[in-house]
Design a protein around this ligand. Sequence first.
Ligand code: MG
Length: 125
Amino acid sequence: MSRILVIDDQEHIRSIIRELLIGDNHQVDLAEDGAVGMKLAARNSYDLIITDIVMPEKDGFEVINELKQLAPGIGLIVMTGGGAGLDVANLMKMSQFMGADRVLSKPLDFRILQRAVKDVLEKKS
Ligand SMILES: [Mg+2]
């Protein structure tokens, strides 16, 4: 069992991912934006963080930057569907450059997400 934090401003995405990860026997916390997510990340020790990019308060790029300081070895999966005139391919490239272990495009293929979670956790363990 791993401890995983999911940060996304869309409620239905958080719920689906939580169900999926609980089904794989993980312990899951949820945050509705990067600010709440970073508060949880500072307080708890996670094996993996799954974050959206386009969010209010604090976006995914700020989350990645802060996590690299706070928890350099932590597993990091980024998912993005673009938004606000932002190109998905660019956001994905940028996330990779910033050090995400995996970058997934939305709409999510949940089997690919499940696979990515498994791979990143194995790599980090
Ligand atoms: Mg979003």
